[in-house]
Write a protein that binds this ligand. Structure first.
Ligand SMILES: [Zn+2]
Ligand SMILES: [Zn+2]
Length: 332
């Protein structure tokens, strides 16, 4: 389903590429619609066009020149990386100097079948692929590749959560996963804030100990996770930090107003502020493990809407379904 600009999608046949060494062709069964695709279609975020959008999905290996069994059910990373540049070698492959992205590449370029809103996706050698256990349903597994894996990277940056007070700002898909994963990792208390009351209720359903009415948590938070991208959220995460506290910012992916930091407060308080964007292959494996072990902590019946058919994608973007993720059923 080719995105041809604005709100337009066209069903189009694209050639299946010759698979190079390490490449795979995956037959898609399910995709989920990430909010960033909605931003691309609405013009709030630049995107290659025409292109096959969609970067969350699950499918079955149909042909491969990699060390993968044909027929294996898999999820895959959002980044295609070289493995050789300076960033890749130091373990920051998300920032690979030649990074290409699943669901973000022009259909007229060298990687036309890059997205999950299609019958098949071509996975070049540099895209991490992870097998999905049978116990994880397709629609749940589909969220691993963007939302869940990113949260795994965020939590790694946050450090040991056992016994900690955690604040999660912004309860979209990432925030909701963060709440459940923080509890699963032994956080003593998880407080969540989202300006939409229904999202606060979702946070409680995912295991949050409290949903705040205002974005002003008490100033004794050990770990603050900023997943909204709002500068007010960044401010409240910083203001909440206790002595020794860590704030991880992952929501700020578009230009936003500067936020000041008092260096003396940072220094005397042994506080840490760090940023995370995308993730490493190990985080995708952790995402699948989390969904297998703890996925049932999440209120999927409220998170997921659909399923819709691939042919109904344009309608879905024009009039979004309720829920945090719309499921696109591709196999039928
Ligand atoms: Zn995404
Ligand atoms: Zn690289």
């Amino acid at each position: 389903m080719l995105w041809t600009g604005g709100a337009d999608f066209e069903s189009r046949g694209l050639a299946v590429p010759e698979l190079a060494e390490g490449d795979s062709l995956v037959r898609m069964t399910t995709a989920t619609v990430c909010g960033s695709d909605r931003h691309t279609v609405s013009g709030r975020r630049p995107g290659a066009c025409p292109s096959v959008l969609g970067h969350e999905g699950v499918g079955v290996v149909e042909a491969t020149n990699a060390d993968l069994p044909v027929g294996q059910r898999v999820v895959f990373a959002v980044t295609a990386v070289c493995g050789e540049c300076g960033h890749c070698r130091r373990g920051l492959s998300a920032k690979c100097s030649t990074v290409a992205k699943v669901g973000h590449e022009s259909a007229r370029g060298g990687w036309p079948l890059s997205g999950t809103y299609a019958s098949h996706i071509h996975l070049p050698k540099g895209v991490a692929v992870v097998a999905v256990p049978d116990a994880v349903p397709d629609a749940v597994a589909s969220t691993a590749g963007c939302a869940v894996a990113t949260v795994m990277a965020v939590l790694e940056a946050a450090g040991d959560l056992r016994g900690r007070r955690v604040f999660v700002n912004g309860v979209g898909m990432l925030g909701l996963i963060a709440v459940a994963a923080a509890k699963a990792r032994g956080a003593a208390e998880v407080l969540a804030f989202d300006p939409t009351p229904a999202r606060g209720q979702l946070a409680l359903a995912a295991g949050a100990d409290a949903s705040l009415d205002q974005g002003d948590p008490p100033a004794d938070i050990d770990v603050a996770l900023e997943l909204s991208g709002a500068d007010a959220g960044v401010r409240s995460c910083l203001a909440s930090l206790a002595i020794g506290g860590t704030a991880v910012l992952a929501g700020s992916v578009t230009p936003s107003p500067e936020v000041g930091i008092d260096p003396e407060w940072l220094v005397r308080g042994w506080r840490t502020v760090t940023g995370v964007h995308n993730y490493e292959p190990r985080h995708l494996r952790q995402a699948v493990d989390f969904l297998a072990a703890n996925g049932s902590r999440l209120p999927w019946e409220q998170i997921l809407s659909g399923p819709i058919k691939l042919a109904d994608l344009a309608q879905e973007f024009a009039a979004p379904s309720d829920g945090l993720r719309t499921v696109v059923s591709i196999s039928d």
